[in-house]
Design a protein around this ligand. Structure first.
Ligand code: KIV
Ligand code: ZN
Length: 501
């Protein structure tokens, strides 16, 4: 029987460290529930010492999810560990994940500690974590640039102190598949007690090797892979969950492992994450990109019609891409809509369902066919509204050079409108918003694409706006693309308010 490789999902911790990819507590819970449906073994919910907000969202996730374990991150220092343990109090199966750097570069320039001091602190940290929470994961940060025998020494200390999982991360995305496989083999073979723990691999994608490195680590003996949906994360991101899982599933002859992932939930997880964070999925991204199963060349199309085996190594159905056809029509009832949302992985309150239904009916007046991606973007924009400081009532633009915009916003009980001119409709509308809110933002990225096929498609806008030097992503959707862009701008602005005010 194939050996099990556990999937440790860090979308809500390392993934959230993607610049601008911040999620509020409600969005994190929705994402955690989707990860539960996806079948991950552990959800790393956050880094509780980072802020009160972070502490509370770890607490809420710990109290909500039932099946997967919940992990919280802590440096190997008492106050971090105690805070993480407190946040995990209600978790059914908690893991306290504590780390300290082990490479000489980090010891010298960051920690300013000797190797012996780090060994002592690691042991002390794991012992405290073990006293507070039964299951402890220890990470040797920057393991892949650490001395191998020192890694053996610190792994031995962590095991003796009670760690159940030893993680050897490629923190800076520097290693290669051959090297990391060898590193795991060496540490496992040379550390007394290594048979009592699970070895874990956590990789960053700076050289585009994160997935290959995670798979090589598994060949070297790792039985847990740490990854994120869509591969989001610090800098170039982390190991992409969908790529690593589908490689294992598709190439059993090379990677004879099994995971507990319900692969049919992959597309739901990917879309939901993109909609809440505003981080678009590149069209050519393996598994989850729009083009991942699209055959363009005539020769390929003919081949696939004759037999899928000619050009398809896995089916779109196996990753949950079957139901992307027409969803519902104008005469579909609220019940049908609710059922479809459930299939897409959304749990809506009665009030949310009513609002969604109203939007849906409005959309069917403007658009003949409604697809599941339309529903996803509608749900995302509806959920953003739950946390809005300012809500768009309407935007009108006219003229050419300069363009004039009239923007009307709802702020609490007040309705405020302003006009402004600018170079084009989006600029003019942003200037009007700046007059209303008194906050100036720099629109550094702006993309708009059709959520679904057809000339009457819903425009799905993604923006990055900098407020006080920090980037915030925003999304918005409408059949009117100026309105979609302004909704996305306001979504980013509302995130800024939620994080800072
Ligand atoms: O990249 C890294 O080393 C980490 C650790 C904290 C596990 O994220
Ligand atoms: Zn990391």
């Amino acid at each position: 029987m194939a050996e099990r490789v556990a999937i440790f999902d860090t979308t809500l911790r390392d993934g959230e460290q993607s610049p601008g990819a911040s999620m509020n507590a409600h969005e994190k819970i929705q994402m955690a529930l989707q990860l539960e449906r996806l079948g991950v073994d552990v959800i790393e919910a956050g880094f509780p010492i980072a802020s009160q907000q972070e502490f509370e969202s770890v607490q809420q996730i710990a109290a909500t999810v039932q099946k997967p374990g919940v992990a919280a991150l802590a440096r190997a220092v008492d106050k971090d560990i105690e805070r993480a343990a407190a946040a995990l109090e209600k978790a059914v199966s908690p893991t306290l994940h504590t780390f300290i750097a082990t490479s000489d570069i980090h010891l010298e320039h960051k920690l300013r500690m000797t190797r012996d001091q780090v060994l002592e602190q690691a042991g002390k940290g794991v012992r405290l974590a073990k006293r507070l929470i039964g299951r402890v994961e220890f990470s040797a940060e920057d393991a892949t640039r650490s001395d191998l025998d020192y890694l053996v020494a610190i792994t031995k200390v962590a095991i003796e102190a009670g760690a159940s999982v030893i993680n050897l991360p490629d923190t800076v995305g520097y290693t290669t598949p051959g090297e990391i496989e060898e590193m795991f083999r060496y540490v496992i073979a040379n550390t007394p007690g290594s048979d009592r723990v699970v070895f874990s691999s956590h990789n960053h994608n700076d050289l585009g090797l994160a997935v290959a490195n995670a798979l090589a680590a598994a060949r070297g003996g790792a039985r847990q892979i740490e990854c994120t949906v869509n591969g989001i994360g610090e800098r170039a991101g982390n190991t992409s969950l969908e790529e690593v899982v589908m490689t294992i599933k598709t190439r059993q002859n090379v990677y004879p492992f099994e995971t507990g992932i319900v692969t049919e939930e992959i597309t739901n997880a990917s879309r939901q994450l993109s909609n809440v964070t505003g981080l678009p999925v590149p069209y050519n991204k393996p598994i989850v990109g729009r083009n991942a199963f699209a055959h363009e060349a005539g020769i390929h199309q003919h081949g696939v019609i004759a037999s899928r085996l000619t050009y398809e190594i896995m089916t779109p159905e196996s990753v949950g891409r079957t139901r992307s056809e027409l969803v519902l029509g104008k005469h579909s009832g609220k019940h049908g809509l609710a059922k479809r949302c459930e299939e897409l992985g959304y749990t809506l309150t009665g009030e949310e369902l009513q609002r969604l239904y109203d939007r849906f009916i409005e959309l069917t007046d403007r658009k003949k066919e409604v697809f599941e991606d339309d529903l996803r973007v509608l749900i995302a924009s509806l959920r953003h509204e739950n946390f809005e400081t300012y809500r768009l009532i309407h935007v009108r633009t006219s003229g050419g050079d300069p363009t004039m915009a009239l923007v009307k916003l709802q702020h609490g009980e007040d309705t405020i409108f302003e006009t402004a001119t600018g170079d084009g409709p989006v600029h003019a509308a942003c200037m009007a918003i700046e007059r209303i809110t008194g906050v100036s933002g720099r629109l550094s990225e702006f993309q708009i694409r059709a959520a679904t096929p057809g000339k009457d498609a819903l425009g799905d806008a993604h923006v990055t706006v900098e407020f006080e030097g920090k980037a915030y992503y925003g999304t918005g959707a409408s059949t009117d693309i100026i309105e979609a862009a302004i909704m996305a701008y306001l979504n980013a602005l509302n995130k800024y308010f939620a994080m800072t005010k």
